[in-house]
Design a protein around this ligand. Structure first.
Ligand SMILES: Nc1ncnc2c1ncn2[C@@H]1O[C@H](COP(=O)(O)OP(=O)(O)O)[C@@H](O)[C@H]1O
Ligand SMILES: O=c1ccn([C@@H]2O[C@H](COP(=O)(O)O)[C@@H](O)[C@H]2O)c(=O)[nH]1
Length: 282
């Protein structure tokens, strides 16, 4: 006797986490790089995008859009470098300050649909906080923001879309000073010295030249609501298309607990090319 079959429609790459892989079934997340000088508004632009896509109040495990800061990929400093950093003599705006390998590997893991764990960054102590780990769950859209996200070719080529937040340097300095004093434990003299010795020259040498790689340049950062709305609209269209494509790729399968011989399987007959393999509908 054949068991009664319950047909169930699943997506091609149905997985354990919320029934989806990368948020978009069987597809890598849409990876967006967001660069720009210090205090240009990168994080604020990302926050606006998340807000407009209705993500801010969503539980972390369920988010369709997530944002990661490149600052979580600063490399560990040697003891002598820590001493330099404490005296304001370490260049945190130079590409060598970052762990390029880990950055690339983590983004590749994200693109492969893996859950990744990254430490947070402690600006006061110039070090990664391995006691405060962020868990990044698979999402449909991943924003990766930082001053040098387009600098490293191997990282740059992973992005599906590249944004550059272009805010003039006076405005950036005027925003960095209070932020670093209020949030990052600096005093005025330290902020200005670091800016003149490292931040400004490194911006000109390493960050600004990467603007040419951007698909979209956002003048005035988060003030530019027109640009942000257009980007959000574009992301929505991409997500809708991917969703539509994944629905077209659905197949019918038999519940795993039911074992059938191929010739007697209505489900198989409906989807089989005669070789016992399920086929995608055309
Ligand atoms: N459009 C804006 N108007 C006023 N303040 C802003 C604006 N965008 C950002 N800021 C402030 O400037 C500082 C730096 O912004 P942030 O988004 O953190 O820049 P980044 O991520 O590029 O370093 C923050 O204190 C933020 O609140
Ligand atoms: O220990 C540190 C690490 C980094 N910085 C500065 O941070 C900015 C990058 O962050 P933004 O949010 O893009 O401004 C970079 O310019 C570094 O100088 C630091 O001061 N101390």
């Amino acid at each position: 006797l054949l068991p009664t079959l319950t047909k169930r429609t699943i997506k091609m790459c149905d997985t354990k986490l919320n029934g989806k892989i990368n948020g978009v079934d069987g597809k890598a997340p849409f990876l967006i790089g967001v660069s720009g000088g210090t205090a240009s508004g990168k994080s604020t632009v990302c926050k606006r995008i998340m807000e407009k896509l209705g993500q801010v109040d969503v539980d972390h495990t369920q988010r369709q859009v997530v944002c990661i800061s490149q600052d979580c990929f600063y490399r560990d400093l040697t003891p002598s470098e820590i001493l330099k950093a404490e005296r304001g003599l370490f260049n945190f705006d130079h590409p060598d300050a970052f762990n390029e390998k880990l950055m690339k590997e983590t983004l590749m893991d994200i693109l492969a649909g893996k859950i990744v764990h990254i430490p947070t960054y402690d600006y006061k102590n110039h070090s990664l906080r391995r006691d405060e780990i962020l868990t990044i769950y698979p999402a449909d859209v991943v924003l990766f923001e930082g001053i040098l996200v387009f600098y490293f070719p191997e990282v740059r080529k992973l992005f599906h879309m590249k944004l550059f937040v272009d805010t003039d340097s006076d405005t950036r300095l005027a925003r960095r000073v209070p932020r670093d004093i209020n949030e990052r434990g600096r005093d005025l003299e330290q902020v200005l010295n670091q800016y003149m010795n490292f931040v400004k020259p490194a911006f000109e040498e390493f960050c600004s030249p990467t603007k040419k790689f951007a698909d979209v340049i956002i003048p005035r950062g988060a003030d530019n609501t027109v640009a942000i709305d257009l980007i959000v609209q574009h992301i929505r269209e991409i997500l809708n298309n991917r969703q539509r494509n994944s629905e077209e790729r659905t197949i019918e399968v038999v519940p795993a607990a039911v074992t059938l011989t191929p010739t007697h399987s209505p489900a198989k007959r409906a989807n089989s090319g005669g070789d016992g393999q399920f086929k995608r509908p055309h």
